[in-house]
Design a protein around this ligand. Structure first.
Ligand SMILES: Cc1ncc(COP(=O)(O)O)c(C=O)c1O
Length: 332
């Protein structure tokens, strides 16, 4: 089946190319930062040149320990925590989903690494809005529990910025929201990232890092334009995954089938073979849409992830989804 890899909206491509050709003469950094704030409802934001740069700058500003989920997150969290020599606490999850009891146990077991009183030495949990891109975290309850323990919540919303339900990427719950605007993310500009927060001391603490990871004006223009399509694009991807999960759940074990997500993860006895076969079935230009698990960024289970988030939006219509389903059913 020939599908197309996600591209920036034609209006975004046009705006970026006009700027590159010198047909527009405007500084887009502030415009894009303000648009991000409109969606996150925070007071301060900064653009950076990648999602990992956003993680590095925000984690550098954390004075306490770094907590991360045991799976379903982003391997950059661990790599960057190690690079920065931060004490690292891995939290057990329910297949990537934060379980409040397990989180509280982890906090209790690591009392020596966490300061429960000092406002200036807070630890932080880093997670992604959707675990494994497949199931939304209960951000509000997680945030409440963390705040009761003097711990910050840092949400990587690369896959969920502009959530119309306001459950994800919402500055009322997450102290810091970071994201990549690289390819194929929800703000899909092929480059860049952002940090959003109510605490601008983060930007002071990481001033040098922010200086070394500046976003180009062309990327800023791309972010400012593409963000206008993000909510519709995210809704469309979530709806496609809801449909696929529902239609496939009689024939496959689907992880977190009742949760919103932007990919679909099927359990498999032989993920190596299944992922090989599915790669032959689904081609997305020169890109892929199949991820073999176990994989920290997805699930540490025998499974195969179908990356619906990589597919360009015109190909998320029902007729294409039905064709995807009929191909997958050959391998049930
Ligand atoms: C959830 C998540 N966060 C961060 C990143 C890193 O983003 P970048 O490639 O822009 O550094 C990625 C990359 O795929 C990601 O999936």
């Amino acid at each position: 089946m020939n599908l197309q890899f996600k591209k920036p909206n034609p209006k975004t491509q046009l705006a970026m190319s006009k700027l590159a050709k010198g047909e527009i003469n405007e500084d887009y950094h502030k415009i894009a930062e303000e648009k991000i704030l409109k969606f996150t409802r925070h007071n301060f934001s900064k653009l950076v040149n990648s999602g990992n740069a956003a993680i590095l700058a925000s984690m550098n500003a954390i004075d306490g320990a770094v907590l991360i989920p045991d799976q379903g997150a982003w391997n950059g969290f661990k790599q960057i925590a190690n690079f920065l020599n931060k004490p690292l606490i891995t939290v057990k999850t329910n297949h990537g989903l934060i379980d409040l009891e397990l989180l509280q146990n982890s906090i209790n077991e690591n009392k020596d690494l966490i300061d429960f009183n000092d406002e200036n030495k807070k630890s932080a949990l880093f997670l992604t809005s959707f675990t494994a891109y497949t199931a939304e975290q209960d951000i509000k309850s997680i945030s409440n529990l963390l705040h009761e323990n003097n711990i910050l919540l840092v949400e990587d919303a690369s896959g969920a910025i502009c959530d119309s339900s306001l459950k994800l990427a919402n500055g009322s719950y997450s102290d810091i929201i970071i994201g990549s605007t690289g390819s194929p993310k929800i703000i899909n500009v092929c480059d860049g990232g952002f940090i959003s927060t109510d605490d601008n001391s983060i930007f002071d603490k990481s001033r040098l890092l922010l200086k070394t990871s500046k976003t180009s004006n062309i990327t800023s223009c791309g972010i400012a334009t593409e963000i206008e399509f993000a909510q519709t694009n995210l809704d469309k991807t979530i709806n496609a995954c809801n449909y696929l999960k529902k239609e496939l759940s009689d024939d496959f074990h689907i992880f977190h089938k009742d949760r919103r997500g932007i990919n679909v993860i099927l359990q498999s006895d032989n993920p190596k073979q299944l992922s090989y076969k599915l790669r032959q079935e689904f081609t997305l230009d020169e890109h892929g849409m199949i991820t073999k698990c176990p994989n920290y960024n997805r699930l540490k289970e025998k499974a195969v992830a179908i990356e619906i988030k990589n597919i360009d939006y015109p190909y998320l219509e029902k007729n294409y989804l039905d064709e995807i389903i009929s191909i997958l059913l050959k391998y049930k």
